[in-house]
Design a protein around this ligand. Sequence first.
Ligand code: ZN
Length: 297
Amino acid sequence: MKLFYSPDYVASGVSFETLQKPAWIAESLSRSPIDGVAIEEPESLSIGTVEETHDPIYVSAIEAGEPGCLAESQGFRWDASLLAAVLASNGGVVAAAKQALQTGRNAGCLSSGLHHARREKGCGFCTFNGLVIAAREALHAGAERVLILDFDAHCGGGTASLIKGDPRLVQRDVSVDRFDHYAPQANAHLQVVTQAADWLPAICRQLDESGDFDLCLYNAGVDPFEDDEGGGLRGITREHLIKREALVFDWARSRTLPVAFVMAGGYLSKKNDRAQLVALHRITVRVAAVTSQASHT
Ligand SMILES: [Zn+2]
């Protein structure tokens, strides 16, 4: 299974963990590899590809650093290295999507910070919406319908706003925190869960109710974890996250639906240190790799 990562993902001047975390996971995988996982460097996106989804005025602000209200609209301090980092990491999402579509196998990208970004600005630590960019690139590459699963702690309101009116792209979203919630729309289904016991059943229901697709993009945040201060819900444990990944990837395998996943949310706190955070993200990589091999060989 290909897992796309490049040191270019990491913006040198931005200490915020969303932009540092890919390197921590990559280091862990080089120290302690997961069977069947091959890390590959993707091509960075062109500005033109980003501008099919984002307003050129906003893209220019990320390039130049001004106006500051746009350049820092995602919520962290702008740095001259930011544009190259987000072009690289969003390029990895596109590469994973194309890889999965073309081979029928799962693929992944060690990127975070995608689903809150809007057409004209960033939001919630998300600069460009690589999920929507990758979904559109998959349509260009021959997919007819693309499913976006968003099981991050927070709602994917940026994605919902960007795909509105395009029936070829459908979002299924189960969240445990109302940040970036949105009104239901024909192609974006949101359920906000407030009790841990309801979380996996809600995910099962969203999977059961989805139709036929050529590709699944999976925003696999681990911030629903109870010790995550960014969005955790009491009672959601490491075992719940293992079960979630088994549900998602077994469901996809049963439909021969290739999945391209990204890391998404997962934040440090006193109770959730770097080693634990990396270990939670490794669950997604491991389950994706196992099911990718089992489903298509
Ligand atoms: Zn989140």
